[in-house]
Design a protein around this ligand. Structure first.
Ligand SMILES: NC(=O)C1=CN([C@@H]2O[C@H](COP(=O)(O)OP(=O)(O)OC[C@H]3O[C@@H](n4cnc5c(N)ncnc54)[C@H](O)[C@@H]3O)[C@@H](O)[C@H]2O)[C@@H](O)CC1
Ligand SMILES: Nc1ncnc2c1ncn2[C@@H]1O[C@H](COP(=O)(O)OP(=O)(O)O)[C@@H](O)[C@H]1O
Length: 291
């Protein structure tokens, strides 16, 4: 449904086409490997949340490359994750990293990942590196993070101004940074430089809980990894993939919540059910009112 301002509310019927079903001939490499550089001494949990959500979304492999403590926590939760360097088809960068305090080694590793030109999710403490993104890139700021990005460009807007007019700010950011923008909020807006304008309004307010955005990063990272071939020639696929990730995140939250509170890991746990429901028919629209 197109609402005022030309924004299209993304729904199950469209999202379903952006889930990659494994085929008989697939192996773990052909399904897509997501490289993950997230987490830090201060926020090791963000690494666990993103890696877990990526695995739960369905892909060939997650390769986690981050601080040892975070890597150990990721492995405790998901022994499937590989923690040695190697080839990847897409990157998830920045969740649980603080741009102001990250070490030179971390900055270099993030810049090297971006220089590969692969499909990339740029989140939290890697958002300041947006100018180095040369591949198909989605940035995933909340209003406060977008305010910081704009201040760095001497184009200030406060978090409250951005939140009050999120669609317009998402469009401006997409043009300014020349990347697809996924601006998180009660309604999430996705805008691309080529003019895509998508919204997802179905997330329950229970999503406003620590680490929920880190889970979204993992879901989106997995979708980029499973569509890396397409993204090589079709950057326009970023916007529908981003909207599909937000819809899955919202659906997983609804399924996990059943009308009550949720923790971020609960959202990740419910992603397989949300994917299955999406592939079948979408979750029961009645459930969407439970938030
Ligand atoms: N368990 C974990 O390891 C967690 C790690 N996290 C990580 O913590 C780091 C800091 O993230 P924060 O987002 O909390 O950053 P901050 O708390 O530093 O927030 C940055 C600015 O944005 C404002 N702001 C925060 N959330 C907002 C929102 N939803 N809408 C509008 N303005 C908002 C704040 O008031 C502040 O001015 C990130 O790297 C993030 O990935 C968080 O996701 C929480 C959970
Ligand atoms: N009131 C709300 N209603 C619906 N979804 C929300 C609401 N508040 C936040 N969200 C969603 O929750 C997630 C929060 O992400 P983020 O702000 O990055 O938090 P964190 O850094 O703790 O992970 C985003 O996906 C956002 O769209």
């Amino acid at each position: 449904m197109v609402n005022s301002g030309g924004w299209l509310e993304w729904e199950a019927e469209q999202a379903r086409d952006w889930i990659s079903r494994p085929q008989a001939g697939d192996d773990k490499y052909s399904r897509g490997v997501l490289g993950v550089r997230t987490g830090s001494k201060d926020y090791p949990g963000a690494a666990v949340l993103g890696a877990d959500a990526a695995v739960r979304t369905g892909l060939g492999m997650v390769r986690y490359l981050g601080p040892r403590r975070a890597a150990n926590l990721v492995l405790q939760r998901r022994p499937e994750v590989v923690t040695v360097p190697g080839r990847v088809q897409a990157w998830l960068l920045g969740s649980g990293i603080n741009a102001a305090t990250r070490t030179d080694a971390v900055s270099t590793a993030l810049a090297e990942a971006l220089a590969e030109g692969l499909p990339t999710v740029l989140d939290a403490g890697a958002l300041d590196l947006v100018a180095r993104a040369i591949g198909p890139t989605v940035i995933t700021p909340h209003a406060g993070e977008l305010a910081t990005m704009l201040a760095n460009e001497a184009k200030p807007g406060s978090a409250s101004q951005i939140a009050a007019n999120a669609g317009e700010w998402a469009i401006r950011a997409a043009r300014l940074f020349d990347v697809t923008v996924l601006l998180k909020g009660a309604v999430t807006h996705i805008a691309s430089p080529s003019g895509a304008r998508l919204t997802v309004s179905t997330g329950p307010a229970w999503l406003a809980t620590a680490g929920s955005g880190d889970v979204l990063g993992g879901i989106l990272g997995a979708l980029l990894a499973t569509h890396s071939d397409q993204l090589e020639t079709d950057a326009a696929a970023l916007a529908p993939l981003a909207a599909t990730a937000v819809l899955l995140h919202a659906d997983a939250a609804i399924l996990a919540s059943a009308g009550g509170p949720i923790a971020a890991l609960d959202i990740a746990d419910a992603v397989p059910l949300a994917v299955a429901a999406l592939l079948e028919h979408g979750i029961d629209p009645g459930q969407r009112t439970t938030g």
